[in-house]
Design a protein. Sequence first.
Length: 280
Amino acid sequence: MTDRTAPSVDELKRIARRMRVNLVRMIGAAGSGHPGGSLSEVELLIALYFRVMRHDAKNPNLPDRDRFILSKGHGCPALYATYAEAGYIDSALLNTLRKLGSPLQGHPDKRILPILETSTGSLGQGLSIGIGTALAAKLDKRDYHTFVMVGDGEVQEGQNWEAAMFAGFHKLANLTCIVDNNRQQLDGFVKDILDPAPLAEKFRAFGWFAVEVDGHDFEQVIPALEEARTGKAGKPTAIVAHTIKGKGVSFMENNPEWHGIAPKPEQVQAAVQELEAAVV
């Protein structure tokens, strides 16, 4: 990153706790949203924006900035909270999530939040968009990397695998796909609906370098992302990040019911108390 000194892992953990508190509060205030998948991606976003990606909040249109595309757009509360922590937006905006006229809509909308790389939320499309930006960098001989985050339920959609085939064939080493593998989707557990496992092996079959990590462990996530950023594998990288849906809030963890409902005020209070009491 180019806009501040890289924080320590301990500080990253404190940021993660603060972000989770903000997530619960903002979704609760909105009265709608997707807490489960937002909570599962927190460490991945923090590692990108505070340790790995080249970016500058004071110059968001930096030509050689690394690009990040949140294909699983319903997880945007975590991205908005990251933007606030990184200095892109005022934290006071967070509690306007999903409100009429707010730039923080329920799915990322670049028309009203220009710092986004693209609008997302129609699942299955983000990796294709990321390939476009990665291919543009390669053709223009620009030194930036494109990171795309997808969900494990989302990769059930066939467009992802057409995109994976293209990226592998063209050896887009400046492209990384991060799978938030929290094992759940709207209707329940992924394995019971349409299991895409084994994911790492599938990406390798399409010509990608693939690794698996604990998506909540900075000691695993950061090195994997840093290695992907170098492009030294000579091919696109897939990082299958094993995560917990609803991470940090005991009554939300591994509970499919929290895919797309907002906590009530008393649940917000209970979740915040639990998060703030947690040892980091």
